[in-house]
Design a protein around this ligand. Sequence first.
Ligand SMILES: [Fe+2]
Length: 369
Amino acid sequence: MTIPTISSEALRQLLDRGAAITVLDVRPAADRAEWAIPGSVHADAYEALRRGDPTALADFVPINGGPVVTVCAGGKTSLLAAERLRARGLDAVSLEGGMRAWSLAWNAAEVACPGSAAEIVQVRRTGKGCLSYIVGSHGQAAVIDAALDPAVYRELACRRGWQIRSVLETHVHADHLSRARALARDTGATLYLPATGRVSFEYAPLRDGDALRVGSTTLRVLHTPGHTAESVCYFLDERALFTGDTLFLAAVGRPDLEATIEQSRRRARMLHASLQRLVALPLETVVLPAHTSEPVAFDGRPISATLREVQERIPLLREPEEAFVSHVLARIPPAPPNHHRIVALNEAGTLPDGDPAELEAGANRCAVA
Ligand SMILES: [Fe+2]
């Protein structure tokens, strides 16, 4: 019997439409704890399915009347799950390529930014937690931290009548392959990076205090070293702050990637100074980071908070330098998988041959909470 499958793009569209489906995750619980599809349910049936146990999924009941999409890590065990459910008469299909393929799934949300004439679209790579942004004003747009195929940004901008004129990065990323250079090439936009000697391709350098116009609005550059030496934040009309991996909604950036212990300590000191500069901005500033540590729901709700809320959530922001440095260094999480290769590719400005999701698999780990 051939088991029907669904592509991750088709599943993404169904979830985006709010279709009545049940997404059934059959991976071991430890794998699911790392990352999952929003709204999915779990059945701890992995081992039973692998050994052909006829009772596997015998008790499973879909959460609504619609079809079931079975999911595993790579799309093989989920075929066994779908087969088992179909034998019970249920309408079940298997997700092609499993969670690896899902890594590229995304959704979008509009961000309200009172006091700015710009419109902001938050583009969320739900399969990995990367957040990128399109800022639009008067038919022009800038894209910040592009982490998905250029076609996604082109389509979202086109729908709103915006032409992408500028493509910006907050820093050289370590957890995902940057699509900024490809997007700039596809659209003819100018590629802006914080001034750095790290990359081996041409770009327009940005420095502290520089201002970039997008339609009638302005992005001001704040150099905020610490997560990396070149990291910057972009301050839109003094109202919304794109913080990259310097400041998250409940955590701060990690200072240790591609660094020795001594360099990490120095970077943690720089991060402290950078964060002190950010917390002195108006408390109503809308904070828009480059990552979230949770799979992003298909709910159209932006992942953002005011600077006031962020300060309340992160006690580290109130610590003096020495305490901040020792706490940050003591709480460094495991490094993201493949980060040396990802950094090397981002410094070269190239994408790997074949499936980028292969290299990018796994959760992002850019934060210290
Ligand atoms: Fe980063």
